[in-house]
Every structure is written in structure tokens, then in C-alpha cells.
Write a protein that binds this ligand. Structure first.
Ligand code: IPD
Ligand code: CA
Length: 280
């Protein structure tokens, strides 16, 4: 008997479907990285537009965004797609993409940016791929199957406490300055080392591979973090939820770290978030 359910509800995503998408995401990220490398540190000025203060979109962001949409639409026409530059809407099978995360670094010739691709089923990230095209590092995770960097298993660092911990605390002009300054003051007062490297996706990948101990930011979008959060989770870390029910385009607080320092960091972030409702 013919079913009257819409096409997307008939999709049956078995293991084979997930494996194919996970491999495809890596192939696409590698190709997208080639586009980024073509523009990076090129002699010609890179045209860019300001979406907000220090929030840029370049020709390279747009080209990669379009490239990835075209590839996914060609290979998996029934899947939904949400990207930073084009938008999109929720779907049961949804690709969530940041064509270049760390665009400000990219425009300043700083080699700290990445292509981020997550694939979600019914609101849960099943595959995460973060590719650094300059170092040629491919960070990947499948839910329940661990996390890899260039094919080698990744594990978070066995951090003992603040004195032993480096925290990447992301900043953008979307957050009230006073809340952020308060967070950094508290981190330093508690003895953490603090960095701000300008790419949430790569910050999360670096937590997953044990180079740093935590990444946090007060307000991020799903395309910045979904792939990276799965990397951390699958590398044995603690990663905040990013529920699809909130609406994929809504911003949310993010914390991913070694479990030993999670309660203390969570407390500092909650305090900073409460301060966000105050004045700037
Ligand atoms: C930005 C980066 C940065 C974070 C900003 C994001 P973009 O994304 O992830 O680390 O601090 O909040 O907007 O604009 O480079 O894709
Ligand atoms: Ca981003």
C-alpha cells in the first residue's frame, strides 16, 4: 500500500546511509579546503562584506558555501541543509555547515580557520567533520564510534584542575563586553590559562585532541559548533547539548571540556550568562 507520508519521513537511514554521508562529508571538506587555500594569503585582496562588527563574509566563504550545497544536493537530494551564509530550515536529515569558521583570522592571513560539516538525524549529530586546510588535519567523529584526527584516535587531555588547564574562551561583538570581561576575570582568578584563537570549530577540535582543555563561548550558532561538539564527546570529553528544538539558527552558550573541570567552568559560564542580561 502506498504511503501518504512526505518523502523525508520515508527516508530510512541505516548504517550504510550514515557511513556514506560521513565519508562524503570528508571528501567535501577536503575539496572545500582547496578553495580556501586558493584564496588564503593570496596576493589579490579578498573582497569581504561586514555582517556585523568584526563579523565578515568573504568571496571564499560564499564560494565554499555554494560548493557544499551543490555537492550535497547532488548526492543526497532529500536531505535538508543549513549553512552560515545561506541559511536553511530544520529537517529530519540535516547537514549543518560553516564554510569557513574563523573568517576574521582567514582575512588577516592567520592560519587558524576550518571547514565544519555536521550531519544530524532527528536533531542529533551523527557525523562531525572539521577540516583545517592549512595544517591538513581532518578531525572526524561518528556517534558512538570515537573520534579521529587524520585517521588516528583522539582523546581529550587528562586535566587535573585549573592550574593545569588552558581554556579557549571565544568572543564576538554579539556578547555584551561586560559579561565576557567578567568571565575572563573569573577564569584568570581561578588559575586557568586563557586563549582566544578565533575559531569555535577548531577550538573544539583542539579540545578533542588534547591540545587544550576547554572551549567555551557565551553565544554561538549551530554551524559553528555541532561538528566540534561531537568530536569532543566522542574523544571522551563533556560537551554541552545543542538541541534542535531551539531552532538551529538560534545562538546558545557552549562549553566543551575535560569532565574534571566541567562543573567549575559551567558555574563561571552561568554567572557570565546571567550578567548578559545586564548592561554592556
Ligand atoms: C566565529 C568563530 C569565532 C567565534 C565567533 C564566530 P565565523 O565564526 O567561530 O571563534 O568567537 O563567535 O562567529 O564568523 O568565523 O564563522
Ligand atoms: Ca562560524
Amino acid at each position: 500500500m502506498a504511503s501518504s507520508r512526505p518523502l523525508e519521513h520515508k527516508l530510512c537511514l541505516d548504517e550504510d546511509g550514515l557511513v556514506r554521508r560521513h565519508r562524503f562529508a570528508q571528501d567535501c571538506a577536503r575539496e572545500a579546503g582547496k578553495i580556501a587555500r586558493r584564496y588564503f594569503r593570496s596576493e589579490h585582496p579578498l573582497p569581504s562584506l561586514e555582517k556585523g562588527r568584526h563579523d565578515l563574509v568573504t568571496q571564499a566563504d560564499l564560494e565554499i558555501d555554494h560548493f557544499l550545497i551543490e555537492q550535497i544536493t547532488g548526492a543526497f537530494p532529500a536531505d535538508g541543509i543549513l549553512t552560515e551564509e545561506t541559511g536553511g530550515s530544520p529537517a529530519r536529515h540535516l547537514w549543518v555547515i560553516d564554510p569557513i569558521d574563523g573568517t576574521l583570522n582567514f582575512t588577516r592571513d592567520i592560519a587558524h580557520f576550518a571547514v565544519s560539516i555536521a550531519f544530524c538525524v532527528d536533531g542529533r549529530t551523527e557525523s562531525g567533520v572539521v577540516y583545517d586546510p592549512v595544517s591538513d588535519e581532518m578531525f572526524t567523529a561518528r556517534r558512538g564510534q570515537g573520534a579521529l584526527c587524520n585517521g588516528q584516535p583522539m582523546r581529550i587531555r587528562a586535566t587535573h584542575g585549573p592550574a593545569d588547564a588552558v581554556v579557549d574562551a571565544g568572543y564576538s561583538h554579539r556578547h555584551p563586553a561586560s559579561a565576557y570581561v567578567g568571565l575572563i576575570r573569573d577564569l584568570l582568578a581561578d588559575g586557568y590559562a586563557f586563549i582566544q584563537n578565533g575559531s569555535a570549530a577548531l577550538g573544539l577540535a583542539q579540545v578533542a585532541c588534547g591540545r587544550i582543555d576547554a572551549f567555551c563561548e557565551l553565544s554561538l550558532k549551530s554551524w559553528d559548533v555541532l561538528a566540534g561538539l561531537l568530536l569532543v564527546e566522542e574523544a571522551g570529553g563533556s560537551a554541552s547539548d545543542f538541541p534542535i528544538g531551539l531552532g538551529q539558527a538560534q545562538a546558545r552558550r557552549v562549553l566543551a571540556c575535560t569532565p574534571a573541570i566541567r562543573p567549575a567552568l559551567e558555574e563561571l559560564l552561568q554567572k557570565a550568562e546571567a550578567a548578559m542580561s545586564g548592561t554592556d
